[in-house]
Design a protein. Structure first.
Length: 188
């Protein structure tokens, strides 16, 4: 397992999908992009920025539950890449001892940020999906970030969040089971 640093949330240029960018802490400093959902991107961004949303997000509630039970998140491990999907574990401990919980990497990272817990990635995952930074002799191994572009993207994301209502996350109503079996449209 290699310790990684959370570089930030980025938007993939072609698809517009959010991704979390991790960087191996020690040499060779491989990067690992992990695509995540919009809600998880918001949860991570709020926590990284040290901001609280108007209402607690799912990860805020999860963190509050862990704390209220006397527990803590000790670490997060991205353990596997299978069929294009990353798998992770959250290591938690509390009065009842330690547990490793299966998790999506995005949820695990959202919790790690809230607890200040380290994130690790298996060397196998880094070997498969990690990329080495492009070498630039003038760069002195520094990452150049367009702060203005990042701030613009954060503002657009905040505007999107402000437009969302809890009902936006409710699934559409399902037709009654009898109507589906009969094949009629009366109950739909």
């Amino acid at each position: 397992m290699s310790l990684v640093d959370l570089i930030g949330i980025h938007i993939e240029a072609k698809s517009g999908a959010p991704l979390v960018l991790l960087r191996e802490h020690d040499a060779p400093h491989r990067y690992l992009p992990v695509f995540i959902g919009d809600a998880e991107a918001a949860a991570i961004a709020f926590a990284v920025a040290g901001e609280a949303p108007p209402r607690p997000l799912t990860h805020d509630v999860m963190a509050a539950l862990v704390e209220s039970l006397g527990g803590r998140v000790d670490s997060v491990e991205i353990t596997e890449l299978r069929d294009g999907t990353f798998f992770a574990h959250v290591a938690v401990s509390g009065p009842a001892g330690g547990q490793r919980l299966d998790s999506r990497p995005s949820d695990a990272i959202a919790l790690a940020v809230r607890f200040g817990a380290p994130v690790f990635v298996s060397d196998e995952v880094l070997d498969i999906a990690g990329t080495l930074p492009e070498e630039n002799p003038d760069d002195d191994d520094h990452i150049v970030v367009d702060a203005e572009a990042v701030e613009e993207e954060v503002e657009r994301f905040r505007a999107l969040l402000e437009q969302l209502e809890p009902v936006d996350f409710d699934p559409p109503p399902s037709p009654e089971p009898d109507a589906v079996e009969r094949g009629d449209d009366e109950a739909a």
